[in-house]
Design a protein around this ligand. Structure first.
Ligand code: FRU
Length: 473
């Protein structure tokens, strides 16, 4: 799998469609796979929802519940679900097309009037559609899509999902070259204040194209750094998006791409899933029969950080609250050299609240082998104020020259303290610092037997207010 597609909630179920090759673990034969979950923790796999055919592959897009049956695909009593996806034709042309379901997403039919938007472009894709409602005279569907090579987001509106007219364009913006993919646009209150709403435009930045991956040697460090999902904060008046400043990363790790959010999530929540990989090596990651996974679901909020609204993200649902508390201590001092925890695990969450003492650096090491030679280190360097995730000794790293990496992010301490939340799974670490102000997601491929965990303290002592390990099935 690659990108999450058609994220939508309906009648107690989260629907996750995704870019999928039904016949192998490499990128080809793009179709929409489908899985459902009541709680974003346990997923049930369903048959392929929208299959590619001889004419066109089914690239990324979104899905809506057409509550008022504006499309006429259903009835007032049985509102249809409508998927808006990119049809990528053999000629190279990319257009936006529809498929609909009137049986609660079990079966899908392609619309006979496809395509619904055609710009005669070979790089027009990844439509995200949502219902815009600013009072009776300003209610319609809005589509954001990209002209990928031009690094532009193009906006359209429609009353029935079938006829679309252009609204505006945004971009190119920011220092980044590469291409733009997978946009999303949504409102969020700042600091939870409903009277202060800002709009967030999400765009994934990619140094490579899916069809032609450049050889590793051709990828400049500048492009490398830009890989990932970014966002602009600004305003949207129903026609045009204006940004307040340059883009920031949603997640500063190497493996958070194509992040998009659910339509109609309960309680007005904004929940994002990303594809946990990177086109620089996505086709090379070690695998058996499958390749590709989603990140954990994250609830997004806007919080004022250094005087500006910034996106913060935290794992949501039973993944964040469930599990078994295997180790829990308050008020620990760790001496020079660190401390091994009496826990061995592969899937768990570590929550640590460090209050600094004399150490030059401190942190946690996960997926560590008995002799310590294999390890993934999450460490904070006091002198530079940076948090790093180092996967250069994390296990199998040699499958792709661009895989071994150290992500370093500036993270200010708060009253001398660092709050660290780390979710570890069989082949991933997802790190959240200062209550979601920073996120770093990285794939790792350790030996299954590398299950030790340690708290590290180098060059002095470190104090922890709390330390908890929660193991999960
Ligand atoms: C992003 C992307 C999208 C495209 C899809 C094809 O990863 O390149 O732009 O729709 O993947 O699988």
């Amino acid at each position: 799998m690659n990108d999450p597609n058609g994220l939508v909630y309906r009648d107690g179920q989260y629907h996750l469609f995704y870019q999928h090759n039904p016949s192998g673990p490499g990128w080809a034969n793009m179709s929409w796979g489908h899985a459902v979950s009541p709680d974003l923790r346990t997923w049930r796999e369903l048959p392929v929802a929208i299959g590619g055919d001889r004419d066109a592959q089914i690239y990324s897009g979104s899905a809506v519940v057409d509550h008022h049956n504006t499309s006429g695909f259903g009835t007032a009593d049985n509102p249809p679900m409508v998927a808006i996806y990119t049809a990528k034709y053999r000629s190279g042309r990319q257009t936006q097309s529809l498929a609909y379901s009137t049986d609660g997403a079990a079966t899908w039919s392609k619309f006979r009037g496809n395509p619904v938007v055609d710009r005669r472009s070979t790089n027009f894709r990844d439509p995200k559609v949502f219902w815009y409602d600013d009072g009776p005279s300003k209610r319609y569907w809005v589509m954001v899509a990209v002209e990928a090579l031009d690094r532009k987001v193009v906006l359209y509106r429609s009353d029935d999902l079938k006829k679309w007219r252009p609204l505006s364009e945004f971009g190119p913006r920011g220092d980044y070259r590469g291409i733009w993919e997978c946009p999303d646009l949504f409102p969020l209150p700042v600091d939870g204040n409903p009277d202060r709403v800002k709009w967030v435009l999400v765009v994934s930045h990619n140094p490579a194209t899916v069809d032609v991956l450049p050889p590793a040697a051709d990828v400049s460090p500048k492009l490398l750094k830009g890989t990932g999902t970014r966002y602009f904060v600004g305003d949207f008046d129903g026609e045009r998006f204006t940004a307040d400043g340059p883009p920031e990363f949603v997640d500063e790790g190497r493996d958070f791409y194509a992040g998009v959010t659910f339509n109609d999530a309960p309680a007005g929540k904004r929940i994002m899933l990303g594809w946990m990989s990177n086109w620089l090596y996505a086709q090379q990651t070690p695998t058996g029969r499958w390749r590709g996974a989603m990140t954990l679901p994250r609830e997004l909020r806007l919080r004022t950080v250094h005087g500006k609204p910034a996106l913060v993200s935290r794992v949501t649902g039973p993944l964040a609250t469930g599990g078994r508390k295997t180790y829990s201590r308050n008020g620990i001092t760790v001496g020079r050299g660190g401390m091994r925890l009496p826990v061995r695990a592969r899937t768990y969450r570590v929550h640590a609240e460090f209050t600094h003492r004399s150490a030059k650096s401190f942190g946690v090491t996960v997926r560590r082998s008995a002799d310590g030679t294999e390890r993934t280190r999450i460490s904070y360097d006091v002198a530079t104020g940076t948090l790093s995730v180092d996967r250069t000794r994390s296990g199998n790293i040699l499958f792709g020259p661009l895989f071994p990496s150290v992500e370093s992010v500036r993270v200010p301490l708060r009253a001398g303290a660092l709050d660290l939340d780390v979710y570890v799974d069989t082949t991933s670490v997802e790190v959240f610092a200062q209550r979601g102000t920073h996120a770093i997601t990285d794939l790792v491929f350790p030996n299954p037997s590398s299950t030790a965990i340690s708290v590290d303290s180098d060059g002095g002592r470190t104090h922890l207010r709390t330390l908890t390990v929660t193991t999960m099935d």
